[in-house]
Design a protein around this ligand. Structure first.
Ligand SMILES: NC(=O)c1ccc[n+]([C@@H]2O[C@H](COP(=O)([O-])OP(=O)(O)OC[C@H]3O[C@@H](n4cnc5c(N)ncnc54)[C@H](OP(=O)(O)O)[C@@H]3O)[C@@H](O)[C@H]2O)c1
Length: 481
């Protein structure tokens, strides 16, 4: 066992390319112009794609605005197609909207006004939820209407059922597109559908929740406390109404579940994915991370197991070295890195939420539909052999709070040995209180299940104060270099 007070970070090299997705800066203010270019009446004209939108909120308003602004360009791009919004369905049709309703477009509260309108080719679902939205999408598929949705919660919960509904339609299955559902404006779905047919992905990892990344950046760079930074994130509109979805890691887990299916062909009940949020992180963890030459990010990871036979996944705060492509992704920005045999490391960075980044992805889907492009397998083919496994191997960071006394390191070593945990190094800040001291253990690569047993037994030791905190180190080769 080695004692160190400073562990220098080992650079993880990767030939990465980075795609910066610029937000629609010219569209960041609410719309005040009249959307005259979309004001056409219903028609059978094959040069018109008629859409009905469920939801006139943040994303819905963005879609209306972009379609108005870019209609001429979209027409050129699609060989002369007009994209016309015929109807927008909302909860409250009297509510004042922060965008202009296109001329000739009706605002309704009746789902059937869109679903039973045979002139509507595309249903855009941006209302959210998993009950009515599910019925709407299933009904649209059954009626042969193409679907564009931003609803990650729905897809994460019902992906196999959605596939079933599409399969039931056979050759008449309509297009199902959902670029906006994962990481808002980053074209990660399209990339996973199109760019890796000749490649083998071994890991997909990402900062896929903007609120928590904003919070961790504040804790790391400004030394803010968890409560201070959550308050700031809420005021800036980065947190969900119930921030548990963000800070508990559940929003990231829904996105990871979708990415995992696309990258590995593996389906999983999202609740089976290990999910630790950021609530147990403290300022001390950031001090240790700095000492080691890195930082902490909430990351969703899906990776092949050591024997490459199966796939493990988790959402957790992770220690990342400063040389990692994900380490410098700060604020509410999202990033996804894909490691694969041919391309090695490909990193996508951009805006993961917000009106225009998210609406931009919906527009891309609509334009793709209008151009007549088809996606036979919207979720990529299912793997014939790989399965999801809950346990995963990683290097771990373990923080232990203790009352100082004799024999603690011997006892620590015994417990670690009992569960096959090899200690790489131990870090300790100077002790200021003998009753409330702390140290951090970095392990060698070990299964999560062994770490859980080790931590549970350490918590039983009479010198241990409270719960033992652990998190994975993102790159397991970090300790062996
Ligand atoms: N906002 C983002 O940055 C973002 C990013 C990625 C994905 N998404 C996804 O996009 C979807 C929409 O998000 P949002 O932020 O645009 O939500 P939002 O601002 O709350 O807007 C929701 C809209 O849907 C309407 N609506 C809700 N329930 C309805 C119902 N039962 N019947 C009819 N209309 C209903 C609401 O009508 P009223 O206005 O009348 O209440 C509202 O216009 C969600 O699935 C979300 O997860 C959002």
């Amino acid at each position: 066992m080695r004692f160190v007070t400073l562990l220098s970070a080992i650079a993880v090299s990767s030939s990465s390319w980075t795609m910066m997705s610029a937000a629609f800066s010219s569209l960041q203010t609410p719309f005040v112009r009249k959307a005259s270019s979309l004001s056409m009446s219903a028609s059978d004209d094959s040069s018109t794609i008629t859409i009905g939108i469920f939801g006139g909120g943040t994303v819905g308003g963005g879609i209306v605005g972009i379609l108005d602004k870019k209609s001429d360009y979209i027409k050129q791009l699609t060989g002369g197609k007009n994209v016309k919004i015929k109807s927008i369905c909302v909860r409250d049709s009297k509510k004042k909207r922060d965008f202009d309703i296109p001329e000739g477009c009706t605002v309704t509260t009746d789902y059937d006004d869109i679903l039973n309108d045979s002139s509507i080719d595309v249903v855009v679902e941006v209302m959210g939820g998993t009950t009515d939205a599910k019925d709407i999408i299933y009904s649209a598929i059954k009626k042969g209407k193409a679907v564009v949705t931003a609803n990650k919660a729905l897809i994460a919960a019902y992906l196999p059922e959605i596939q079933e509904k599409l399969d039931e339609m056979g050759d008449d299955a309509p297009e199902f597109r959902y670029e906006a559902a994962v990481c808002g404006g980053i074209p990660i779905i399209r990339s996973l559908q199109q760019d890796f047919p000749g490649d083998d992905i071994s890991m997909i990892s990402g900062i896929i929740n903007g609120c928590t990344n904003y919070m961790l950046t504040g804790m790391d760079q400004k030394g803010m406390s968890y409560d201070e930074v959550l308050d700031e994130a809420s005021k800036l509109g980065y947190a969900e109404a119930d921030p548990t979805l963000d800070v508990g890691g559940f929003d990231a887990r829904s996105k990871l579940r979708i990415l995992m299916r696309l990258a590995f062909g593996v389906d999983v009940d999202e609740e089976d994915i290990a999910c630790d949020g950021i609530t147990d992180l403290t300022k001390i963890d950031f001090e240790y991370a700095k000492m080691m030459g890195g930082t902490i990010k909430l990351i969703g990871v899906a990776k092949t197991t050591t024997d490459a036979e199966n796939v493990a996944a988790f959402v957790s705060p992770c220690y990342v070295t400063n040389s990692d492509p994900l380490a410098t992704v700060n604020g509410a920005t999202n990033a996804v890195e894909i490691i694969s045999s041919n391309l090695q490391s490909s990193t996508y960075i951009g805006q993961g939420a917000g009106r225009y980044p998210t609406a931009n992805s919906c527009i891309n889907d609509i334009v793709t539909l209008a151009s007549g492009q088809k996606t036979k397998q919207p979720f990529n083919p299912e793997s014939k052999s790989k399965k999801f496994v809950q346990d995963y191997d990683s290097v771990f960071y373990i923080r232990i709070s203790y009352r100082d006394g004799l024999g603690i390191t011997r006892n620590l070593g015994e417990v670690c040995e009992k569960f096959g945990v090899s200690i790489h190094s131990i870090l300790q800040n100077p002790i200021t209180s003998k009753d409330d001291a702390g140290f951090v253990v970095i392990t060698e690569k070990v299964p999560l299940s062994n770490i859980k047993k080790t931590c549970a037994e350490l918590e039983e030791c009479d010198w241990c104060n409270g719960e033992v905190f652990y998190m994975p180190v993102l790159r397991e080769d970090w300790v062996s270099n």
